[in-house]
Design a binder for this molecule. Structure first.
Ligand code: SAH
Length: 347
């Protein structure tokens, strides 16, 4: 039940009930679990900071457990908008990145779910080195806690849109969602969380059942199978008909609107005819299209669509009854694109 890693317990990855059992197995009273859980999800970086815990317990924890507090290797801050990009080193040397975005409605943290990715989308930097490994639930939570501790402010929203495919690491994503929303700790509302997937159909259905309050975003990027399969190999397994029917099912179970992400790539998927085709595919779906300006990636040859053409694409969608917005570019002066910072470390 308790997750072991090289002999030490991954403390922040345990569920509350598992933490209680672990504490009891150390010969300590059960109520200590609540104190440890509270401290962990307040974002302390060491056991010594848990100052209502007896020294004996601290010693036992230091010996047998790992707090899963990642080391901040680097922070880049945008001079334009205060966006902060974090590069973390995990305890086995893997690197991951997270981004803090400051909106008028609060602080949003964009977090990674895997070190690397195996989805191999042709425009993305995250998969260039393949999949390193899945992140543990604790490592996913810790990104939020570390950013919050670093800025000394609360985090209002979480988007799981960083490096990795969250539905390719469903079990740990799920344990993370349980812990970060637990009112005994960080207590974020499920409605303040968005998970983005490239379209792993069986998991979309499961997610609708498991987390109907969490917002779902789907990376679409193309209006037909030919182009989507070229850009996103996952489409060869789960084609558009299959994907969109899972979306319909999701909406009927959750009653929630889906966000479709659509990166605009110059001369690839940004023509008025493609906007029409997209509108037809999405017609009748409770959804919203988020048009994303492509963020240049050194190893990729795509170029961003210019503003005028992006506006025209949006207008075309709107005239056909599909809600669409163009995502504001934040932090484009600091290696904004997914996986770029991590990529530069070569890890
Ligand atoms: N694997 C998940 C979540 C991570 S990607 C998914 O595919 O949704 C998060 C979003 O960033 C996706 O919509 C992805 O397509 C987009 N993205 C990746 N590379 C990008 C780039 N260079 N410029 C702009 N958006 C990018």
């Amino acid at each position: 039940m308790v997750i072991l890693n090289e002999g030490s317990v991954r403390l922040k990855s345990l569920s509350f009930a598992e933490l209680e059992s672990y504490i009891v197995s150390l010969g300590e009273p059960k109520f200590r679990a609540k104190q440890v859980f509270e401290w962990m999800f307040k974002g302390v970086r060491s056991f010594d900071e848990m100052n209502n815990i007896p020294k004996t317990l601290k010693e036992k924890l230091k010996e047998g457990a790992d707090l899963e507090a990642a080391k901040i290797l680097k922070v880049q801050t945008s001079r334009k908008d205060g966006t902060r990009k974090y590069l973390f080193e995990l305890n086995d040397g893997q690197c991951i990145e997270s981004v803090l975005m400051r909106y008028s409605y609060g602080n949003t943290v964009c977090i990674s779910s895997q070190a690397g990715c195996r989805m191999a989308c042709s425009f993305c930097a995250s998969c260039l080195g393949g999949l390193g490994r899945n992140l543990t639930a604790g490592e996913i939570s810790d990104q939020v806690l570390a950013v919050s501790a670093d800025i000394g402010q609360k985090v209002d929203n979480i988007v799981v849109m960083g490096v990795g495919e969250p539905f390719d690491n469903y079990e740990n994503l799920s344990a993370f969602l349980e812990n970060i929303t637990d009112s005994r700790g960080f207590g974020l509302s499920r409605r303040s969380i968005t998970v983005s997937t490239c379209g792993l159909v069986p998991k979309i259905k499961q997610f609708a059942e498991d987390y109907p309050q969490v917002t779902l975003a789907i990376s679409l990027h193309a209006p037909n199978d030919t182009l989507r399969s070229e850009l996103m190999p996952v489409n060869r397994k789960y084609g558009l008909d299959n994907l969109l029917s899972a979306c319909r099912e999701y909406i009927s179970v959750t009653n929630k609107r889906i966000t479709f992400e659509y990166i605009l790539l110059k001369g690839v998927n940004d023509s008025p005819a493609q906007a029409q085709e997209l509108a037809e595919r999405l017609s009748g779906l409770l959804c919203h299209v988020n048009l994303i300006p492509f963020n240049g990636v050194d190893e990729r040859s795509y170029a961003p669509t210019d503003r005028k053409r992006a506006e025209a694409f949006r207008t075309e969608l709107k005239s056909r009854g599909i809600e669409a917005t163009i995502r504001r570019e934040l932090g484009d002066d600091i290696d904004g694109a997914c996986g770029q910072l991590r990529r530069k470390t070569g890890r």
